[in-house]
Design a protein around this ligand. Structure first.
Ligand SMILES: [Zn+2]
Ligand SMILES: [Zn+2]
Length: 126
């Protein structure tokens, strides 16, 4: 398969599965559609897309990387039991980075804010 087609397929699958999957989870989904694709190809493309700012890379609690097709400003919540990543709307704390920059004089280029706790699914099980 051509490089650009692999990349498009990876990006499309990520966009259609807005669950902040890890590379392994996404690879399992893509393999169903394109059995010839390798895990290394999925990893490489995801990291390149993240480096180019087309998608976002989120560090999970266990050190794994999750990927997010939504590059608009928003925050995350990571469940400490199931490691799932949830979106937290931006308007809960709007202009957090702008305010921090204003107060401290620091030049903020990017940020990755994740809340941690128990998600509704895991709370039900307890
Ligand atoms: Zn959970
Ligand atoms: Zn997100």
């Amino acid at each position: 398969m051509k490089y650009s087609r692999q990349r498009d397929l990876i990006l499309k699958t990520l966009q259609e599965n807005a669950i902040h999957p890890t590379a392994d989870v996404l690879y399992a989904m893509i393999k169903e559609i394109e059995p010839s694709i390798s895990l290394a190809t999925v990893y490489r493309n995801l990291n390149q897309l993240a480096d180019q700012g087309i998608i976002r890379r989120i560090r999970g609690l266990d050190g794994s990387a999750h990927f997010d097709h939504n590059t608009h400003n928003h925050y995350h919540f990571i469940c400490s039991q199931c490691n799932k990543v949830y979106d937290v709307p931006y308007d809960i704390i709007p202009e957090l980075a702008d305010k921090a920059a204003e107060r401290t004089g620091l030049l903020i280029e990017s940020y990755d804010i994740s809340f941690r706790g128990i998600c509704p699914d895991c709370k039900k099980l307890n």
